[in-house]
Design a protein around this ligand. Structure first.
Ligand SMILES: [Mn+2]
Length: 323
């Protein structure tokens, strides 16, 4: 609840903000907006952003010079409070030690798979379109005036997670929030271009390879593909899987890509009939996400990863036997 996290924040002097592996537009936007808001509301607080990976270049314009994403080596002493935004505390990579060492551990998130029992203080709302929407609620709760430096990262998270207000989790509060954000004068079209539309040539070519390698399974209701080895290193693969689920007759789209550590990331999308956050967890308990968008990392080789994917999707698509 907002009042619980507010009381926790007000008591803390040294605060760590972090996000899960594979930082996306919502995680970065939420971290940046919250860091700025905390410094304005509680000027005595020292806010440090600690993440496993460096800030992805695509989002550098959101962070500016004032919000620095530091690696876990930069941590000198335990924090009074550590807050994970937009994901669960078990996916922090090397930032995990600093998170766990904090006196109080908190989470602000909208994922269905998050469990408030994993942290001391949780502000979770699965109805929120983005974690940045929850950060906006906190700003209002704290009386921090909304300006363009706060509105831009909040808007970035909102457009990233709704894919520019297309997904079903776009509800009236998200659109009302968007109107308020635009009233601050942010360059909303520019943010959409930088966060979502602009892509590297490598990614466009990768999309071609993914499309060429499409396979169908589960009586055609699953469309899946595998990216060539090393693709994750060469190009940001986020969003490619969307192309697979919007093939006619397909219920679930899945994309396998090899991670730098040799494991495979399985990205899942659903048109709605299948809850892919459950499919992800059926593949491996570490998986999770949303009903229509989820993911899980599994061991290779690729044939074994694909077999686990196909088994889980076929089970999810199987008709329920009559009672
Ligand atoms: Mn999110």
């Amino acid at each position: 609840m907002p009042h619980q996290i507010t009381a926790t924040v007000a008591r803390a002097r040294r605060i760590m903000l972090t996000g899960p592996l594979d930082l996306d537009g919502d995680a970065v936007g939420a971290i940046v907006a919250l860091a700025r808001a905390l410094r304005r509301r509680w000027s005595h607080a020292q806010v440090q952003v600690i993440t496993d990976e460096a800030l992805p270049a695509r989002y550098a314009f959101l962070a500016g010079d004032d919000v620095v994403f530091e690696r876990p080596e930069a941590v000198e002493a335990p924090f009074d409070l550590a807050i994970v935004l937009d994901g669960d505390s078990r996916r922090l990579g090397q930032a995990s030690a600093a998170f766990e060492a904090a006196t109080v551990r908190a989470q602000i998130d909208h994922h269905r798979s998050s469990n408030p029992e994993w942290v001391d203080v949780a502000f979770l709302d699965t109805a929120a379109a983005s974690t940045t929407e929850l950060v906006l609620q906190l700003l209002d709760w704290w009386g921090v005036p909304l300006d363009a430096s706060l509105a831009a990262p909040i808007f970035a998270g909102l457009v990233f997670d709704t894919s520019i207000f297309r997904y079903r989790l776009t509800r009236p509060p998200a659109l009302r929030a968007a109107a308020r954000l635009l009233e601050t004068g942010i360059d909303h079209a520019g943010i959409v271009e930088q966060v979502l539309l602009e892509q590297s040539e490598a990614k466009i070519r990768l999309r071609g390879q993914m499309i060429t390698a499409i396979q169908r399974a589960a009586e055609g209701r699953l469309a899946w593909s595998v990216l060539p080895p090393g693709a994750q290193v060469d190009a940001d693969v986020g969003g490619l899987v969307d192309d697979l689920v919007f093939i006619e007759g397909v219920a679930v789209g899945a994309l396998l890509s090899e991670r730098p550590d040799g494991r495979f990331k399985i990205s899942l999308r659903s048109k709605g009939a299948v809850d892919v956050s459950r499919v992800a967890q059926a593949i491996d308990p570490s998986g999770g996400g949303h009903q229509r968008a989820a993911g899980v990392n599994v061991e290779g080789p690729v044939d074994r990863a694909a077999a686990r994917l196909l088994a889980a999707v076929e089970a999810a698509l199987a008709p329920v036997p009559p009672a």
